[in-house]
Design a protein around this ligand. Structure first.
Ligand code: 5RP
Length: 227
């Protein structure tokens, strides 16, 4: 077990303790969440879970967690997920596993979104790549709108997302003000979603440093109201 794995486990196990009996739970994707699933299953709670990827759905079901399609629930009590980068304000880059579109839908539906990371994911400033999910229809036009060839790299050999999207990375971009980039990406019609998660979406970040888990409260208390 590497020290990075030990930290993933520590953060994941701390998050598993935050889940109340009877909760509707969103399960993220990735190697940190892989430590969450057994910790949650061991608690033996009555839970209704939704998964952000087929891999998580399989792993959770094998552990005896009840996973439902996200067509049978319209809100979640808590969602727990990893991240590729977390900055001091609580901005996240996610989507290293290409699951960011579903992860963002699940996080946004949850009253509480808890991010679990080892200290290696904490950065002073976000940096590229920013994962993207693109619609395959009109892909060349979307790539053109995103900028020249050097800015976007299609993830070679990566399967499509479970929703048929093409996974790519924005490899050159200015992240000094992540909100500016997030807003611009949201204006491009062929971009299904991107891996920037705003602090308003995040309730707290559990950062493991060795076996100590530091809990940072961020900007979110529940899903936003419609305008
Ligand atoms: C998947 C994600 C993951 O949460 C992110 O890539 C972190 O993964 P890991 O826990 O394996 O380091 O966003 O799309």
């Amino acid at each position: 077990v590497t020290s990075a794995d030990a930290e993933k486990r520590a953060a994941a196990e701390a998050a598993a303790e935050l889940v109340p009996d009877g909760a509707r739970v969103g399960l993220g994707t990735g190697s940190t969440v892989a430590f969450l699933l057994p910790a949650l299953a061991r608690r033996g709670l009555e839970l209704r879970c939704v998964a952000t990827s087929p891999a998580t759905e399989r792993a959770a079901s094998e552990l005896g967690l009840e996973v439902e399609p996200f067509s049978s629930l319209d809100a979640l009590d808590i969602a727990i997920d990893g991240a590729d980068q977390v900055d001091a304000r609580g901005w996240l880059v996610k989507g290293g596993g290409g699951a960011h579109t579903r992860e963002k839908i699940v996080a946004a539906a949850a009253a509480r979104f808890v991010v679990i990371v080892g200290q290696d994911k904490v950065v002073s400033e976000l940096r590229p790549p920013v994962p993207l999910e693109l619609l395959s229809f009109g892909l060349p036009a979307t790539l053109r709108a995103l900028g020249d060839d050097a800015r976007v790299r299609l993830r070679e050999g990566a399967p499509s997302s479970p929703d048929g999207g093409v996974i790519a990375d924005l490899v050159e971009c200015d992240l000094a003000e992540p909100g500016t980039l997030a807003t611009w990406l949201a204006t491009l019609p062929g971009v299904v979603d991107h891996g920037l998660f705003a602090p308003e979406m995040v309730s707290e970040v559990l950062v493991a440093r060795g076996d100590h888990v530091e809990r940072r409260t961020v900007g979110r208390s529940g899903p936003g109201a419609a305008p």
